[in-house]
Design a protein around this ligand. Structure first.
Ligand code: PEP
Ligand code: MN
Length: 339
């Protein structure tokens, strides 16, 4: 349930109302905007009579929220959320590109890619250290050593880093990581989501391989319900009957997420398409649909990449895709955040 307050409601009266709800055992999501203040109520609100609440002089109107997701719901927080990471803004008018190789392979590789994508205009370096692979015989990532190489690249280039966590047991290793990614395969790893909810790290949550929008938002809700509201959504394609592309980029997920939620939404055209020739058009589609950023795989030598080479841009290709991205972002009236 959300309670929309009248403008200029006196603080003392607001506090009285908040205490009334707290006494009923409800938890409160308080959102004070420039024009509207909203009290979001979470818990068993079935005992509340809407007309009793509407009778308070400071209350403008009361609305039941039928969706099961509350904290991530736009009804609780009408303005887009802006998440600040390492001095960079993500969301509402600020467009970020997270770029780098699927997996960190060596110091030389990650440094070369980091320097290059930074110069081209990416704001975050992405690279996998712990890799979720379908086959146990495929390269699993350099794991803790890969994280060390990412941190070295961060020190050397000043680029903040994004990398995937696969188990809550590794959380200590991620202390200096700027954004923790939860991959598609772990979108419903609820123990991991709960643990990340207790941390204060910004989280990039990827949509599961066959997840509905409601399931996706409920996973984001898990993290927010634990107290960590620094969550970004990432659309990375969903499974369909099509075999010519790896996944189908669900472009409608972008406006849908924007309608339902206030969280930023990033699009990953690389894992959606699985082929590099689709990265430029899908990036343009994502920008036009209202995405807040892109996550793109780029590699110094895609043909020899240990993972996802077919979808990785080489560095000159990344430069040219970034030029198009930068033009389109400006056309949308957004600011391209750079490193
Ligand atoms: C990745 O980002 O490297 C990755 C494994 O993506 P996804 O979880 O979307 O498959
Ligand atoms: Mn990959």
């Amino acid at each position: 349930m959300v309670v929309i307050l009248k403008p200029n409601a006196p603080k003392e009266r607001i506090d009285n109302l908040l205490n009334h709800f707290k006494d009923m055992g409800l938890s409160i999501n308080y959102s004070e905007g420039a024009n509207t203040t909203i009290i979001g109520l979470i818990g068993d609100t079935s005992r509340i009579d809407e007309s009793d609440v509407a009778a308070y002089e400071i209350v403008e109107r009361v609305q039941r929220v039928s969706e099961p997701f509350k904290k991530v719901n736009r009804k609780f927080h009408p303005k887009d959320s802006i998440i600040e990471v390492a001095g960079r803004k993500i969301g509402e008018g600020y467009f970020n590109v997270f770029a780098g190789p699927c997996s960190v392979e060596s110091e030389e590789q990650i440094l070369m890619v980091a320097e290059s994508v930074k110069k081209a205009g990416a704001s975050f370096l992405r690279g996998g250290a712990f890799k979720p692979r379908t086959s146990p015989y495929s390269f699993q990532g350099l794991e803790a050593d890969g994280l060390k190489l990412l941190l070295a690249a961060k020190r050397q280039t000043g680029m903040p880093i994004v990398t995937e966590i696969m188990s809550e047991k590794h959380l200590d290793l991620f202390a200096d990581v700027d954004i923790i990614q939860v991959g598609a395969r772990n979108m419903q790893n609820f123990m991991l989501l709960k643990e990340l909810g207790r941390s204060n790290k910004p989280i990039l949550l990827k949509r599961g391989l066959s997840s509905t929008m409601e399931e996706f938002l409920m996973s984001a809700e898990y993290i927010c319900a634990g107290g960590n509201e620094n969550v970004m959504l990432c659309e990375r394609g969903i499974r369909t009957f099509e075999t010519m592309i790896r996944n189908n980029l669900d472009i409608s997920a972008v406006p849908l997420a924007k309608t339902l939620s206030h969280l930023p939404i990033i699009v990953d055209p690389s894992h959606a398409a699985g082929r590099r020739d689709m990265i430029d058009p899908l990036s343009r589609a994502a920008i036009a649909a209202g995405a807040d950023g892109l996550m793109i795989e780029a590699h110094n030598n895609p043909r020899c990449a240990l993972c996802d080479g077919a979808q990785s841009l080489d560095l000159p290709q990344f430069d040219s895709v970034m030029e198009n991205i930068s033009r389109r972002v400006a056309f949308e009236g957004k600011q391209l955040v750079t490193a």
